[in-house]
Structures are given as C-alpha cells and as structure tokens.
Write a protein that binds this ligand. Structure first.
Ligand code: NAD
Length: 453
C-alpha cells in the first residue's frame, strides 16, 4: 500500500488520499533530521525560544482550520477539536520557556569545579495514535525541540491530516528544514524504523499496550530511550458521603468524551452500596440527555462517531451478553456510531470490567467500604488515571495515595494539563510527559570536572 484513504467517520465518506512513507523515505528523513541537528542544537537558547513562540503564534492563527480538519478526519466534537489545537499552541508556548532554563548544577568537589550539562539526545521519534492526534503530537514535539533535539513524527494511519498541517506550519513559522518532519506511514514500516534506526536516539510511543511492549523490546536492542503512554481502565470511585447527584451528572463526560476513545476514560465506576441505586438513576438521566450528533453539522455536539468500522465492531463485541442498564441516542447516519452505554457486569472477572473497550461503554459495580474500593480499583494491569468522589478530606487523601495510578482527581475529572506531569503506573506506561520536567526526559545529563591545575 502506497497511499491511504482518509475516511470521515461520521458519514463513512472518503476525505482525501495520503501518501504513505516507505522504509527508504523514512531513512532519508531520519538522516536529514540528523544533519539538521548539529545546527539546531547550536541555536542560542533565546533564539530557539523565539522560534518556538513563533510556531505557537502560527498554530494559534490556524486553530479554527486545524479544528475543522480534526472534526472531519476523526469525528471529534468542534469544542474538543478547538481545545486540542489550542493545546498544541499552549504546549509550544509553555516549553518555549525551557531553552533558557535547562539548568545544570555546580557540585562542590576538591581540586576543581564540577558541572552538569543537559545535552540533547539527537533525533527523537514520536509515534502518535489516532485518538488525540494533535495533543499527543504537541506533548512530544514541544519539549523535545525545546531541549535541542530534532524530531520525526509518525501520525496514526487513520488520522494524519492535522499532523501534516502542523508540519507545514512549523516551516511557515521559521523552523529550519529537517528540525521537525512529519512522516505519515504504516506502524510496522515507519514506526518500526524509528525503533530500529540507530540515528533515532529516543522513541516516544503512545498507543496500545500490545504495540508498546513490542516497541520497548525493539528499543532494548540499542538501549534506546523510550517513553510509553499506553492503555487504561481507570476507576471512578463514588463514596456514599459524596455529592452523589453531581458525581452522577459528571460521570458521562469522564468516560464518553471523544466517544470513549480516551486512554484516561473512567470506564469502571465503583459506587458505595448505600447510594448505588441513586447514582445509577442519576447516571441514566445524564446519559439519555447526551447530545450525540454529527460534529461537522452541529457545533454543540457532545459526542461523535467512533474512528473506524473496525473500532465500532470491537466495541460492539463487548456488549454481547452483558446487562445493559441504559443506552443513549445515535443519529441515523452511515458512519461508525455506537450510543453511550451503561452496563452492569456480573462481577470483576467480566471482560467489559477488565479490558480496555476504547469506546462509549461504562461498567458500574457496587462496593462496601474504603478498603474494598481501593482493592477493586487496583485489580487491573493498568494504572493511568481515576477519580475519587467524597466529602471526607482524609479519605480523599488515603484513597488517592492507595490507588496505583499516575493521574487522579478528587471531586473532579480534571483533564490532562500541559503544565502537570502525565503518565501511567504498571502497564499503562513508562516515564512521564508534560509538566515542568518534560524537557529533561529529552536530554542526557553530562558531568564535567575541570581541574584547578
Ligand atoms: P496502536 O498501538 O495500534 O497504534 C499507535 C501508533 O503506533 C500508531 O501510529 C501506529 O501506526 C503505530 N504502530 C503500530 N504498529 C507499530 C509497530 N510495530 N512499531 C511502531 N509503531 C507501530 O494504538 P491505537 O489503536 O492507534 O491507539 C489506541 C491505544 O492508544 C489505546 O490502547 C489507548 O489507551 C492508547 N492511548 C494511550 C494514551 C496515553 O497517554 N497513555 C493516549 C492515547 C491513546
């Protein structure tokens, strides 16, 4: 296959054709990035900062265009897509402050001076999934460039359009040729080459746990640096002392955002038994009130289609044989639609409770007491995010410390913020992205001793 037909998932209609890069084209792009690296790392910190701010400004001027492109390519709601394009701009602005702040240390030693430097790695490969094409592009690209690396990006086969546009905008903003290259292509071709090519010194992979493990195994061959952001099966824990009505009203947004195709989706809801019925009633009302419409036609749409027929079929398989408590609506359109659905599993061994569905399906189970809530929340191979609803501050702290997960919110489902660290425990990932320390993850610490003599 040399090209890929991008499909509008709301209507199952072709949008455009995208050329897929071959192994030879990937090698050539990596070599060009390597050639650009010597000059890029030598750009004065203040100038690199200025270029990143210029890139942010150009992205800002194209937020609406990028958002409309994502609505068409990925079926995202317009509000989400605008936020996602704005998130790339914000990441670039935030990390534009990093080049002048990549501090080393001066460590007291006898007979001279000891200094540490944060050296860039070289060429960094960023592999992006289809569920959040723009933010995940920005989370890798912005801190990597700020730290003085050149970057090659492989968008997902299904969603290359915004990444390609962001690549063009980088050149328009004045980033030198070769510093940032977007290479649409197949995972086992372009993505795999990032793993095996010796000039790529780090791979940032976001995607499925299965492919993530393969990437990690491949990187081990060259002891290549790797960051993994993988799957999740996050718990939304509702205690009886919580504001139950509020917790129920906010639960759909925490799992059905992006049609549930979100690694942070709170797809397991744990409800303390005395308020279980009250919560499920409130949740049912909120799900039935959700506005599921074609995002390209309706700017107020709250949920769009799934990304592909394959993903729709995968999600529907989880609905076979489980008790469905409530189903929301879907429009009568030819695309890949699944309504927001609440299921009641028979227990914690059911597949719908244990496996990442990556679609608009949420499972609810009751629990008795704090210890059982924490044990149930941790009874998973994943550990990415989660929410805790309680009015008891002590309990909120105990449970937040007890849940094995990288990102928790209390009485909230706070989304990922670019200025706080993000990443997973257990099989949800390795390393952290975002936050103040992200540029460090794109550097090696070098220690230099200078003798007095
Ligand atoms: P995927 O693993 O199939 O693909 C992800 C990316 O990897 C794509 O660009 C794909 O082309 C590429 N790829 C595929 N095979 C490859 C190979 N052999 N070598 C290198 N690259 C390869 O995942 P997906 O279906 O696109 O995305 C959904 C998954 O991503 C979900 O499991 C979800 O939880 C996860 N995800 C995690 C996070 C996070 O931050 N933890 C964020 C978004 C998505």
């Amino acid at each position: 296959m040399t090209s890929y037909t991008v499909i509008d998932p709301a209507l199952a209609e072709p949008v455009t054709e995208v050329e897929l890069a071959s192994v030879e084209q990937t090698d050539a792009a990596i070599e060009r990035a390597h050639e650009a690296y010597a000059a890029w790392r030598a750009v004065a910190p203040g100038e690199r900062a200025r270029l990143l701010r210029a890139y942010a400004a150009v992205v800002d001027a194209h937020v609406e265009e990028l958002a409309r492109l994502e609505v068409r390519n990925a079926g995202h709601t317009l509000g989400n897509a605008r936020w996602e394009a704005g998130n790339v701009r914000d990441c670039l602005n935030y990390y534009s402050a990093a080049p002048e702040r990549l501090f080393g240390r001066q460590i007291p030693v006898p007979g001279g001076v000891d200094l540490t430097f944060h050296e860039p790695l070289g060429v960094v490969g960023v592999i992006v999934p289809w569920n959040f094409p723009m933010p995940i592009f920005g989370w890798g690209v912005a801190p990597a460039l700020a730290a003085g690396n050149c970057v090659v990006v492989k968008p997902a086969e299904l969603t290359p359009l915004t990444a390609l546009r962001l690549g063009e905008l980088a050149l328009e903003a004045g980033l030198p040729e070769g510093v940032l290259t977007v290479l649409p292509g197949a995972g086992p071709v372009v993505g795999e080459r990032f793993v095996t090519h010796p000039l790529v010194r780090k791979v940032c992979f976001t995607g499925s746990t299965q492919v993530g493990k393969q990437v990690m195994r491949g990187c081990a061959e060259q002891v290549k640096r790797v960051t993994l952001e993988l799957g999740g099966k996050s718990a939304n824990i509702v205690f009886a002392d919580a504001d139950v009505a509020r917790a129920a009203a906010s639960a759909p947004g925490a799992v059905f955002d992006n049609a549930g195709q979100d690694c942070c989706a709170r797809s397991r809801i744990l409800v303390e038994r005395p308020v279980y019925d009250e919560f499920v009633d409130g949740l049912a009302r909120a799900v039935q009130a959700m506005r599921v419409t074609n995002p390209a036609e309706d700017p107020d749409s709250e949920m769009g289609p799934l990304i592909s027929a394959q993903q729709r079929d995968r999600v529907q398989r989880y609905l076979g044989g489980v008790e469905v408590a409530v189903t929301g609506s879907v429009p009568d359109l030819p695309g890949w639609w699944v309504p927001p659905t609440v299921v009641l599993p028979t227990g914690t061994q059911d597949a719908v409770w244990r496996e990442e569905v990556f679609g608009p399906v949420v499972a609810v189970l009751p629990f008795d007491g704090e210890d059982e809530a924490v044990a149930m929340a941790n009874d998973t191979e994943y550990g990415l995010s989660g929410s805790i609803h309680t009015r008891d501050v002590g309990r909120a702290l105990r449970v937040a410390r007890g849940v094995e997960s990288g990102n928790l919110s209390v009485n909230s489902h706070a989304a990922v913020r670019y200025w706080t660290p993000f990443g997973g425990f257990k099989q949800s990932g390795l390393g952290r992205e975002l936050g103040p320390d992200a540029p460090d993850a794109f550097t090696e610490v070098k220690n230099v001793f200078i003798s007095n003599e």
